[in-house]
Design a protein around this ligand. Sequence first.
Ligand SMILES: *Cc1c(COP(=O)(O)O)cnc(C)c1O
Length: 378
Amino acid sequence: MLLVAEPIVGPEEKAALLEVIDSGWLTMGDRVRAFEQAFASQHEAEDSVAVNSCTAALHLILHALGLGPGDEVLVPSLTFVATANSALYVGATPVFVDIESADVPLMSLSDAEARCTPRTKAVILMHFAGCLADRAAWQAFAQRRGLVLIEDAAHAPGLKEVGTYGAAAAFSFYGNKNMTTAEGGAVIARDPALLAAIRQARGHGMTSGTRQRLDSRTPSYDVTMLGFNYRMDELRAAIGLVQLRHLAAWNEIRRGLVARYRRLIADRCPSVAVPFAQPRLSTCHLMPVLLPGPVLRQEVIDHLRADGIQTTIHYPPVHLMSFYRDRDPTVDLPRTEDFAARELTLPLHPRMGPETVEAVVSSLARAVQSSTSVEAVA
Ligand SMILES: *Cc1c(COP(=O)(O)O)cnc(C)c1O
């Protein structure tokens, strides 16, 4: 089965893991620190904080910014649930914002504007599919409204522009992302004081970590804030250091594959739309397409599956999930709902070759053709 996303891990990662085991130091040691610095420099940042997930990264950012009960946070609904959950973790209220259009499925600035209230304190942008949001426009909006800008950059590691939008950015190294540590995440924040607060909150709010105390004369420590255990371990950091060395090249391969997808889809199934018609900076994390109205998505999914091709949906809207719908059944995001109802995500990862893209598009073209003709007969 050709999967939508596949991690690339091999001998280099195995060797790196063995080194950690032989070293006898398993968590929050020199490798985590080296990974933080390497990840930061990849994004031309001074420093970063490694954590055990992007979800933890988002939580720490909102926590360190002091967001809490009574505050509203603008979030997309066309995202993974963690984006919205992070607001609830700190007691704030996520306010869902519609996408701009089917062609630009990023948060709509005009809808964000319309959903602002005197309680709105922050906005979390998500670089959907790896396509970057419009930085200047969002910075101007945040400044005008006095809001904190946060990036959910789970889809967009490896571009120096990412992590420069506002206060902080959260990254994911889950198994299906552009680089992986199996589970893992990181925070980039340009303000050293904010990053320091995030670093401390990651480890129970303690004033020093186990590794620092080894080098220090004073084995004691203080706890000066409410913290969490969101630490990364040495095994994951060792994998991350290997992955990071390949990230730029992998993202380049992804770009080539997406360009090929675009050409072939335009050629062989022009009724299928590919979002982001205008070129944009992108890490090409996902390959989303929009099926034409009359096509039954499930038939297309089944057809591709029979050809050994997995597809997925990005995303079932968060505001329609039972948990969120029960909280507020009145949320209405027509463009998000239309997009999510027609979206299909095709396989995209650097282990694929050009011939694999051909095979996927051929299968898609046949699937759309047969689903459309069934519809026409009916
Ligand atoms: C994967 C993902 C997350 C969550 O990442 P974890 O590392 O699994 O916590 C958050 N937001 C988006 C947009 C994601 O794709």
